[in-house]
Design a protein around this ligand. Structure first.
Ligand code: LLP
Length: 431
């Protein structure tokens, strides 16, 4: 369910016509719907209401401060995986006591930053990280509340690049050795062990792997408690899948019921880290057709959006629905085409062999379900400025990230002395 709908044959984001935005801002741009974000957050919150639950929105899915702030207003905390994301969450007004810090490779500086900010918990993913954190925390005179992220060795049955809960993945600590890590952690200075965390992957379309992994985590909490290690928090991660085409994703209600059933009588505070399920279909990428090129083997629709704006088709063979902003009449013939960007790689495509109404230069298209893992994964490849982001709220709209400019990019770069019009600086002793 989302709030991108056709009125009189024209696609709107809530009460704002996408065509108007395109005229004002230029293309390509991302457009997010507040009503959709809010609806998804509320549906998820209701689904887990039977638990003593905190929802820490996984900022990596869409880290625009206005998006984070929209969710924070509803009570969301944040799951962050870098010092940068931590700064974003704080800038968006998320209280530090609602922020968990996850991630497989945190630097000493990031750990110190998180401790000083007062985040609620750090999810530790390895033995050396534990020692580093202990040293940093003790040095600052702060006690770090931690969970250890366990790797339950469960196949999430999702794309290989986004599965994280198998022992061959880099994430978490193998369940077989986790007990020893907890025993050691309990004795380390600067460390207060209070939780168990896990996250088995993203875009999960089946609840069975969750049930298995969560069951293992619950058993493990019982083992730790029997050893006298007080576990008050269980962080169940994120990963709930959504519909991109016509797949049937598990509903948040079914997911919540499963989690409640598995964790229900453990007497524990539960953290969820949903990302995609909150923001995924709350966004579209609006792009304009540049040319339609009739090749010998194929028809190519060349648009002004590209893989630097949306890498998911190239990286994960992901499907994104593409719809014309002006709904073609029901009778208009559909033709098969590849929808591609201007980047100089054959990998630069948004869709292959897609059936769309015949398009002409200047037509506007909306690439759907691009509210998660789209703008955040953008790059400036081919010196293409990052696309702007717009947030709609009823009949209001605001640019929440302006378009990057080539000047922005050039402003970050400089010539070394030997390429400037100056006497060259030579290393000492050089001839
Ligand atoms: N918690 C942790 C520790 C995570 O690593 C992730 C996602 C989440 C929560 C949120 O997962 P979600 O609810 O959004 O599935 N770029 C990929 C997805 C990468 C997900 C990485 N971790 C994509 O475009 O499909």
């Amino acid at each position: 369910m989302d709030h991108f709908t056709y009125w009189d044959g024209e696609l709107y984001a809530e009460d704002v016509a996408l065509r108007e935005l395109a005229d004002r801002i230029g293309t390509p741009f991302f457009c997010y719907s507040t009503a959709t974000l809010e609806r998804h957050y509320r549906v998820f919150a209701e689904a887990v209401a039977g638990l003593d639950a905190s929802i820490c929105y996984a900022v990596k899915a869409n880290s625009n401060v206005a998006v984070i702030a929209s969710l924070a207003r509803l009570g969301a905390g944040a799951d962050v995986v870098s010092g940068g994301e931590l700064q974003r969450a704080l800038a968006a007004g998320v209280a530090p006591h609602k922020i968990v810090f996850s991630g497989v490779g945190k630097t000493r500086e990031e750990l110190a930053e998180a401790l000083k900010a007062g985040v609620t918990r750090i999810n530790v993913e390895s033995d050396p990280e534990l020692d580093t954190l202990s040293g940093v925390a003790a040095g600052l005179g702060i006690t770090a509340d931690i969970a250890v992220r366990i790797n339950p060795d469960v196949d999430a049955k999702t794309h290989e690049k986004i599965t994280t809960g198998k022992s061959e993945n880099k994430f978490g600590i193998d369940l077989a050795v986790a007990q020893a890590v907890y025993a050691r952690a309990a004795k380390l200075p600067g460390i207060n062990v209070c939780g168990v965390a896990l996250h088995i992957g993203s875009q999960l379309m089946d609840l069975a792997p969750y049930r298995e992994a969560y069951g293992r985590a619950v058993d493990f909490v019982r083992v730790l408690r029997a050893e006298g290690i007080g576990i008050e928090h269980l962080d169940l991660g994120g990963g709930l899948g959504i519909t991109y085409k016509d797949e049937i994703a598990p509903s948040p209600a079914d997911y919540g019921a499963m989690a409640t059933e598995v964790v229900g009588d453990l007497d524990v505070k539960v953290t969820f880290e949903p990302g995609r399920v909150i923001t995924g279909n709350a966004g579209v990428l609006v792009t304009r057709v540049l040319f339609v090129k009739e090749g010998l083997a194929k028809r190519f629709c060349i648009i002004d959006g590209a893989m630097n704006d949306l890498i998911r088709p190239t990286l994960y063979s992901a499907h994104h629905e593409i719809v014309p902003v002006f709904k073609a009449s029901a009778t208009s013939p559909h033709v098969i085409m590849d929808v591609v960007g201007p980047i100089c790689e054959s990998g630069d495509y948004i869709a292959k062999d897609r059936s769309l109404p015949m398009l002409v230069a200047g037509d506007l298209l909306a690439i759907r379900t691009t509210g998660a893992y789209a703008a955040v994964m953008g790059s400036t490849y081919n010196t293409r400025p990052l696309a702007p982001e717009v947030l709609v709220n009823g009949d209001e709209c605001a640019v929440i990230r302006r378009r990057f400019t080539v000047e922005d990019m050039l402003g970050l770069e400089s010539f070394p002395a030997w390429l400037r019009d100056e006497p060259p600086i030579r290393a000492e002793g050089a001839e």
